[in-house]
Design a protein around this ligand. Structure first.
Ligand code: SF4
Ligand code: SF4
Length: 137
């Protein structure tokens, strides 16, 4: 029986030129549905995708990824941003790889959360000193 997992991959500079998605398809028989990506040669990058396949193949694929310097987050974790708790300090902005948390208005320095752009990496949760970013997972 095949299953689908939502995963988020973070690539350091050293890994951005490796054909990782190709390997996942070819070597682990996975069906890949990429719904957000930014991988630029010579820079860090991220990939947010669904992988579908046999559970054993997915486990093997994760084992392969763990041999690289790729950081893997698994799950459909959701991210809640609490506007009431947010003090607009900006501490989360540099940790958010997609710009989902960003100053919408640089003049007033008011932070805005754009949920459509969030890839649920959860990097903002430990970065926020006021608990404005959270997840129930
Ligand atoms: S989980 Fe937080 S850091 Fe990650 S993309 Fe979403 S808002 Fe940005
Ligand atoms: S770190 Fe937390 S309090 Fe500061 S701007 Fe980001 S969400 Fe708001």
């Amino acid at each position: 029986m095949s299953i689908t997992k939502k995963i988020y991959l973070y690539f350091p500079k050293s890994e951005t030129e490796k054909p990782i998605v190709y390997q996942l398809v070819k070597d682990f028989n996975l069906i890949i549905n990429i719904f957000r990506a930014k991988v630029t040669p010579e820079e860090e990058g991220y990939l947010s995708l669904d992988v579908t396949g046999q559970e054993a193949d997915i486990e093997r694929a994760f084992a392969y990824l763990s041999t690289l310097e790729v950081v893997i987050h698994v799950g459909n974790k959701g991210l809640r941003w609490d506007a009431e708790r947010c003090t607009h300090c900006g501490a989360c902005v540099v940790h958010c790889p997609t710009g989902a948390l960003a100053f919408a208005d640089t003049a007033t320095r008011r932070l805005a959360f754009t949920e459509d752009v969030c890839v649920e990496c959860h990097a903002c949760i430990p970065a926020c000193p006021f608990g404005a970013c959270s997840s129930s997972f």
